[in-house]
Design a protein around this ligand. Sequence first.
Ligand code: NDP
Length: 455
Amino acid sequence: MAYKTINPYTNELVKEYPNATADDVENALSAGHQLFKKWEHETPESRANQLHEIAQLFRDHQAQLAKAMVTDMGKLYREAQGEVELCAMIADYFADHGTKLLAPTKIETIATGDAQIQKHSLGVLMMVEPWNFPMYQIMRVFAPNFMVGNPMILKHASNTPGSAVAFENVIKKSAAPNASLQNMFLSYDQVSEIIADSRVQGVALTGSERGGRSVAKTAGENLKKNTMELGGTDAFIVLDDADIDSVADIAWRARLYNAGQVCTSSKRFIVSANLYDQFLKNLKENFANVKPGDPMDSQTTLAPMNSKRAKEKLQDQVDKAIENGATVYYGNEKVDLPGQFFQPTILTNIEKNNPVYSEEMFGPVAQVYKVNSDQEAIDLANDSDLGLGGIVFSGDPKRGTKVASQIETGMVFVNNFMASLPDLPFGGVKNSGYGREMSQLGLNAFVNEQLIVTA
Ligand code: NDP
């Protein structure tokens, strides 16, 4: 059985889940399609209360939902609690604003008559999600599409099945139809079959570039609209006038949150030469202060990585970086605990020919670079095939914003931690993917923007 929970703190096999059968797949497609047809005759407004109820159920079952995530992939319990609250916020946001955001809009036209755009549902969606935020990733797609009227089939990551079941159970407890979200333990081939089915009209994937390429290829072959939210090597740029104390406060958290396993984690710290030594000293102190341990313990500040495989992959990357000339400024020592812990590590002296210069490091490892001008910082930040997010620090917000607008990514925050909120669009450019989730842009991802001209 491919789907299983192995607790990365205890290494214990908690539970295995049987794969879906061909009958399960057909039943899910049929139920999803029937719901799509029913929802076509109902307004988004009629679904808003059900989505509010889902938000409330998330809050009511916060502890249980958070524990499911901790057991599946090891994140800190308090971060898991925050993730449950974020899910509730997203559901509430789309329940409150979905109707307005989906309202018809008029177009000024030279055509005879009145022109308007109406927004209609498309059909069943195939949703493929990763393990790093096992509930928030689902909610980002679920809440807006629930309002649009697109029923969803979920294929979650094979190491977070407990979270997928827990999420689905919330929907089952609510007044929302069960077919609005159907979690299935699918093989890659079954995902392809579902995408090819005529009842399915859209595909949303969050995950790696490799997974994205494969699923996007199937979607393309079948002419199915799709959104791809892939990886990032986000830059954290410190300009020469930045307030070094607030930089220090945010830098370590921007790298170590969720054990560094965030697509928008700051991964490349690009620091002005005048602040470089102080920046490194501060980052080292903050990295050295974290406390690895039981993710359920409120004193723990560093979670294990999600799996043995992920930890080994990161260690290989660090080893390769060192072989190719990088310096370990701090870390890279064994953590004396049984779980999948990786000591926070700082790498410097990474040259362009070092393989990790252009790789995403999905864990608690910071690459730090020294630059001599804003332009050098921008060029280095943009010297990547990925383009998801980024942070710029400057004592002058206008200068920070000017630099931010030259970074080739989908999102940049100036003088702050990168946040993901329901009213802000989320997504990238280049090999970080295409399309947006959340906000009005995310809501539009899977709608038929139908033109109606009435003479
Ligand atoms: P993967 O792409 O391997 O997994 C993500 C999901 O895709 C899983 O459900 C996985 O299933 C599934 N999947 C992968 N290949 C296929 C396929 N050919 N057909 C169908 N489903 C497939 O990513 P990782 O687990 O490695 O996740 C980490 C990556 O995701 C990082 O690169 C990270 O940056 C990126 N990411 C991007 C985010 C964003 O919002 N842009 C957010 C979070 C992570 P299975 O588990 O069964 O293999």
